[in-house]
Design a protein around this ligand. Structure first.
Ligand code: PMP
Length: 377
């Protein structure tokens, strides 16, 4: 089986698995208890936190809060910043449902929520941002890399612009960027940055958010006061140390992985353009590739490929059951193209020979599909 759906999740790395096993079976103590074993585990959590903060380029006083993943982190940040119903909150139209649906929920509760359009390159439409941003705007949320198209926002440029026009806090969902691009939150200028471990060979059910020094967050979960009183609940210790291990495993490889995956992506897109359409954008992560085949139903193609041993995605894995097309529409794909689009997303586990084989198989499946449907007409 060849796994080409790495934007939905990745295989956990051996280092993470080994340390998780150790903390689940040997160092299983509750970090809040008062004996030495627990204090040690508590210190290990803080050491893991330092690994995350360092990898993000955070500075003294900045915080990182571990959560059950990016969905919880996004919910926490957005709801914490929704304090005054009159202050405007802006959200990009391209957001993952864990941001977009929270924005809709706040809007339905009477908060002043507006959405910023995407441009044809799948990034934030800066003119629309300029029109909607005012001195009363308290919060702006946009993602670093789109999970659906791979479009990369120029986070630093956008944040600098927002900060020059308003006092808004800036949240960036970095789930598809962290450990794939170089991320330095200090340089980007953001106030919040969300990550999720299972997207970079860490465990599922753990992630969290960076919060810049001096910014107050209202906890989403209240209880025993764990995680600096910002996220109550007994810590997911194996998950947290497993996440830090995945960061240590990935950090030295970010640059070379990017170069290798860019080659896979270039090869794939060039080849697919001979029998279909590969979405090309000015600034796109090579990790995520949208391929579209006119006249083909993506879901059927996905299962044909699955039968041949290739697992690919159909839009965002989290939203594919209720697929709406706000993101693919924005980059100019027609309804028919969207209907026939799959997402091929890579990790450093993939190779060029897998891509070459996939192209043969995929072209065969598309031909077979079209022959069959043409024959039926
Ligand atoms: N944001 C983005 C951009 C994502 O791709 C995902 C995962 N599909 C999430 C948030 C949610 O992450 P998690 O699975 O950790 O809740």
């Amino acid at each position: 089986m060849i796994f080409f759906d790495n934007a939905s999740t990745t295989k956990i790395c051996d280092d993470s698995l080994a340390i998780m096993n150790y903390y689940a079976s040997e160092k299983f103590f509750n970090p809040s208890a008062l004996y030495k074993e627990s204090l040690n585990v508590n210190n290990d959590i803080n050491a893991a936190r330092d690994v995350v903060l360092n990898a993000m380029g955070a500075v003294r006083g900045d915080k990182f809060v571990f959560t059950s993943g990016a969905t919880e982190a996004n919910n926490t940040i957005i709801r914490s910043c929704a304090r005054n119903k009159n202050s405007k909150m802006l959200f990009s139209m391209g957001e993952h449902p864990s941001v977009y649906n929270v924005a809709l929920d706040l809007q339905s509760q009477g908060y002043n929520v507006e959405f910023i359009n995407l441009n044809r390159q799948g990034t934030l439409d800066l003119r629309d941002l300029e029109r909607k941003l005012d001195s009363d705007t308290c919060f702006v949320s946009f993602m670093h890399v789109s999970n659906e198209t791979g479009a990369i926002n120029d986070v630093k440029k956008i944040t600098t612009f927002i900060k020059s026009k308003s006092r808004a806090l800036v949240h960036c969902d970095g789930v598809q960027a962290f450990m794939k691009l170089n991320v330095n939150v200090t340089n980007l200028g953001v106030d919040f940055y969300t990550i999720s471990a299972h997207k970079f060979h860490g465990p599922k059910g753990v992630g969290g958010y960076f919060v810049k020094n001096g910014i107050n967050v209202k906890p989403f979960l209240i209880g025993g006061g764990q995680e600096q009183n910002l996220r109550s609940g007994t810590e997911n210790v194996p998950g947290i140390v497993g996440m830090a291990k995945a960061i240590e495993y990935m950090t030295p490889k970010i640059k070379s992985n990017y170069e290798n995956i860019r080659q896979l992506s270039d090869y794939l897109c060039n080849a697919v353009n001979k029998f279909g359409y590969a979405l090309s954008l000015d600034q796109k992560s090579p990790y995520i590739n949208v391929l579209s085949f006119e006249g083909v139903r993506a879901e059927t193609l996905l299962h044909m490929l699955e039968d041949k041993g290739y697992l690919v995605g159909n839009g965002s894995a989290c939203s594919s059951k209720h697929r709406d097309n706000r993101v693919l529409n924005a980059v100019g794909l027609s309804g028919i193209e969207i209907e026939g689009s799959i997402r091929v997303s890579f990790s450093d586990c993939n190779t060029l020979s897998e891509v070459k084989e996939f192209i043969e198989i995929c072209s065969g499946c598309v031909k077979e599909y079209l022959n069959k449907t043409n024959g039926e007409k």
